[in-house]
Design a protein around this ligand. Structure first.
Ligand SMILES: [Mg+2]
Length: 262
């Protein structure tokens, strides 16, 4: 077993690109999670995926063969909802989907076309009128937040990609100079949310993810061990050059590497 994993009691996995490509599990995901559970490791999934609620993600993982409870799923949409609640923001204009609607609603946050705060997320029904409304609100002083800073996400392993938050943020920024605050990985808001929820000793935790920008920086800033999952071996040379918050504690090229020798 990889030392970073062996020495940890809590294992956090990213979802997209690490456990699944939305419609299919990544090779080894089910076996690895099962083996780690046999070793009494506590498993969590920490994701910026905003399509489903925590319950929705748990159900989808369970249906795909990885039995999961909503409590072990921590999402950037919940991080955003908790951030709004803590800062007494009770109304937002949402460019996003049902999963975010549900997480906002659990914290008592209402969705309104006329609000002083805008939350941008993945939205498969994004259109020019939603962009116009966001523009109009910012013109009147609204602040903008996002559940993530991802360019796209993979629907399957055949480079079938769906635009994520960044293209929507860039569309708004093409119209005006506006700052957008990320409340998902690797933000401080997400760190506060995850630390409060899991309440770990950071030295007990390892996080595995496929994104340096999101997962590795997030894990390192939390004080966790960090494992970068690199699927294309051509990128390994680049990975060796990473420094500071971007430097992972370990690198794997297959999920099975986590449990080698188990
Ligand atoms: Mg990922």
């Amino acid at each position: 077993m990889l030392p970073a994993v062996k020495n940890s009691k809590i294992i956090i996995f990213d979802l997209d690109g690490t456990i699944w490509n939305w419609t299919e599990l990544i090779d080894g995901a089910k076996t690895v999670v099962e083996k780690l559970r046999e070793k009494d490791k506590r498993i969590y999934f920490v994701s910026n995926n905003p399509i489903l609620s925590r319950e929705g993600v748990a159900k989808k993982l369970t249906q795909m063969g990885i039995k999961t409870s909503p409590e072990s799923v921590l999402l950037s949409s919940t991080s955003a909802a908790k951030y709004f609640k803590k800062n007494e923001i009770n109304k937002v204009y949402l460019i996003g989907e049902q999963g975010v609607v549900e997480e906002l609603s659990k914290q008592g946050i209402k969705i309104d076309d006329d609000a002083k705060h805008i939350l941008i997320s993945v939205d498969r029904n994004f259109n020019i009128w939603k962009l116009k409304n966001a523009y109009d609100l910012v013109e009147r002083g609204a602040k903008v937040y996002t559940t993530g800073i991802c360019k796209y996400w993979e629907i399957n392993s055949h480079k079938n990609r769906l635009p994520a938050e960044l293209p929507i943020i860039r569309a708004l920024q093409a119209m005006m100079d506006v700052k957008v605050r990320n409340l998902g990985k690797p933000s401080e808001a997400m760190r506060n949310y995850v630390m409060n929820e899991i309440k770990p000793f950071p030295e007990d935790v390892v996080m595995i993810g496929d994104s340096v920008n999101m997962d590795i920086i997030f894990a390192n800033r939390c004080g966790f061990r960090s494992v970068l999952f690199v699927k294309d071996k051509k990128n390994l040379e680049e990975v060796n050059k990473l420094k500071g918050d971007e430097k992972p504690s370990a690198v794997i090229t297959s999920l099975y590497d986590l449990i080698t020798g188990y």
